[in-house]
Design a binder for this molecule. Structure first.
Ligand SMILES: [Mg+2]
Length: 172
């Protein structure tokens, strides 16, 4: 049952690996990103050039995108203010409320949308509950809090146990 699963539909080494072929192959027209340890380390206040270039790439191939983060207003606003795309902070993923809102903002269906994040209990579970394509990135940078480090131990165990079920996306 996908809706209750902590397992991602796909693993990817980092966001940049999600190339044009990925969007075509999986029929993805809109993508919702987590920020911390997904796009950047949690210590990076603003999107660096590689993230901005990736967003330009998405625009160039007609993929809509947005940000949904569980982090604070200050952190998320400082990161997103110049991006010109929808964003939500304190989103309480895996709750569906803000994921529903962001899909409405993007005028996207869940089945043609992906959620890209680094945590099973928030991002992946949230994406699966929404019936979006859930994509787990290998975390970027250090864990933001000791609670996150604590959760990662469980996440690792879950992923290791289910390695045979997991599928990795790699650009050719
Ligand atoms: Mg994160």
């Amino acid at each position: 049952m996908k809706g209750l699963s902590l397992l991602p539909d796909l693993l990817v080494a980092n966001v940049n690996e999600l190339d044009e072929k990925f969007y075509k192959e999986y029929g993805i027209k809109a993508v919702v990103f987590d920020i911390d340890n997904t796009l950047v380390a949690h210590t990076e206040p603003q999107p660096p050039q590689n993230v901005l270039s990736y967003f330009e790439f998405l625009k160039s191939i007609g993929i809509k995108y947005a940000i949904v983060s569980n982090n604070s207003k200050d952190r998320v606003e400082s990161f997103c203010k110049n991006l010109g795309v929808p964003y939500y902070y304190k989103a309480l993923k895996p709750r569906k409320k803000y994921l529903k809102k962001v899909l409405a903002d993007l005028d996207a269906d869940a089945k043609s949308a992906a959620l890209v994040g680094d945590q099973l209990f928030t991002d992946i579970l949230g994406g699966n509950r929404m019936k979006m394509l859930s994509v787990l990135v290998t975390a970027v940078g250090e864990d933001e809090t000791s609670f996150v480090s604590f959760k990662r131990k469980f996440e690792k165990r879950i992923l290791q146990k289910n390695m045979h079920k997991l599928k990795e996306y790699k650009p050719q």
